[in-house]
Design a binder for this molecule. Structure first.
Ligand code: HEC
Length: 99
């Protein structure tokens, strides 16, 4: 019986990691691409994010998502404070694939 339970947890664990959303999906869902362009995809009315992680630190980008007004006092970007730390990290990891 114990072995059976272990197996269930293992399978559930694998499923959960497999279903974790990646940064790209989160950015689609949150509408980032309606303002930003990334690797040639999305609107280009705001800064292109393709090489953003070359020019800005992780902290700056995290701050931009949580409270853009701290980076740019009259920021036009909405705050993404509702995202979890994991979701923000996923976006950051995804943006790093562009540099
Ligand atoms: C309504 C348009 C809009 C949306 C939606 C938006 N942004 Fe922005 N973003 C901006 C603007 C405008 C700036 C320029 C700086 C400012 O005004 O804050 C910016 C700046 C940034 C910067 C810093 C750029 C730099 O040059 O330092 C990053 C990183 C960024 N956005 C990421 C995102 C991500 C990731 C999302 C989605 C979760 C997103 N933005 C959604 C408008 C938007």
């Amino acid at each position: 019986m114990k072995k059976f339970l272990c197996l269930i947890f293992l399978v559930a664990g694998l499923l959960l990691t497999g279903c974790a959303k990646n940064g790209r999906q989160i950015m689609e869902k949150e509408g980032c691409f309606s303002c930003h362009r990334y690797k040639g995809y999305g609107a280009d009315i705001c800064p292109d994010l393709t090489e953003i992680t070359k020019n800005r630190s992780d902290e700056f980008i995290i701050q931009q998502l949580k409270d853009p007004g701290k980076n740019f006092p009259d920021s036009k970007m909405p705050s993404y404070n509702h995202l979890s730390d994991n979701e923000i990290k996923a976006i950051l990891d995804y943006l790093k694939t562009g540099k």
